[in-house]
Design a protein around this ligand. Structure first.
Ligand SMILES: Nc1ncnc2c1ncn2[C@@H]1O[C@H](COP(=O)(O)OP(=O)(O)OP(=O)(O)O)[C@@H](O)[C@H]1O
Length: 258
């Protein structure tokens, strides 16, 4: 791959005696919309935690823009260009939309966890940047509204916009379509296409396969902590190891012991 933004090489992780990730190696191309899929318990969230620096791998390396991230804490990774939005929305429900988006700037500075809402809310420049971002993504109807009062699909978009305040080159999205109805899912897909068109690389963990197929051109599949497929989204539908992982299909001629 000519210009990877993210490189994983031989990543392993165990919790006590349980091996959760084993020899995971793949690259994410700069500018890609790349999905990471696999059955429940395959290790996807654990891998996201290793990539974003929640905990270190036991083996292997993770590189961002060619730089080894060993020992680099999460907040520093954000400053280096990596942002993450979580499966369960982590917006502050009692704050307004624009205030929540402004907090994304503090995430870049490593302050999100230390902020006391309202009292330390920052300045006009950051408010302007947040408003511009909301405007750019068609969310200009919402800045003053309290997040708790908004539909789930809109809150999902706001969470992504907040992550964009950190001006990431690489955005990690953990099950962005979970809990959305089909209309909201389609709107989120269009929204993420727009984010991608602005040059942000997307790495997306997702169970919703129609959503994956309509958003991502590259798919990596994990099963039992190992990588079983890494290639085009079109090819994944034909791959026997993937079919077997999801559906329990047996290859022709395979024995029960195989
Ligand atoms: N802190 C931990 N301690 C022990 N085991 C863990 C820990 N975190 C995850 N695991 C185990 O690691 C395996 C992989 O979990 P992980 O959450 O990464 O999978 P996943 O692919 O994200 O699953 P899902 O699609 O259900 O979210 C599971 O068997 C899980 O029980």
């Amino acid at each position: 791959m000519p210009d990877p933004i993210l490189e994983l090489d031989g990543v392993g992780k165990h919790f006590g005696g349980v091996v959760v990730l084993q020899d995971v190696s793949f690259h994410v191309a700069r500018g890609a919309r790349h999905a990471l899929i696999g059955p429940n318990g395959a290790g996807k969230t654990t891998l996201f935690n290793v990539i974003s620096g929640v905990f270190p791998p036991d083996e292997g390396t993770v590189k961002l823009n060619g730089r080894d991230l060993a020992g680099v804490p999460s907040r520093r990774r954000i400053a280096m260009g990596m942002a993450r939005s979580f499966q369960n929305i982590r917006l502050m429900p009692h704050l307004s939309v624009v205030e929540n988006v402004m907090l994304g700037q503090h995430a870049r500075q490593g302050l999100l966890g230390q902020l006391k809402p309202v009292g330390l809310l920052p300045q006009a420049r950051e408010r302007r940047a947040a408003l511009d971002l909301l405007d750019a993504f068609g969310l200009d109807a919402y800045p003053g509204q309290v997040v708790a009062n908004l539909p789930y699909g809109i809150r999902k978009k706001i969470e992504v916009v907040r992550a964009l305040m950190a001006e990431p080159e690489l955005l990690l999205l953990d099950e962005p379509a979970a809990g959305l109805n089909p209309t909201e899912t389609a709107a989120l897909r269009d929204f993420l296409m727009e984010v991608s068109a602005r040059g942000v690389t997307l790495l997306v963990v997702e169970h919703d396969m129609p959503f994956v197929n309509s958003l991502c051109e590259h798919v990596t599949v994990m099963n039992f902590g190992r990588l079983i497929y890494d290639g085009t989204a079109a090819g994944v539908r034909e791959d026997e190891a993937v079919l077997e992982a999801y559906l329990g299909h047996r290859r022709k001629g395979a024995t029960n012991a195989a």
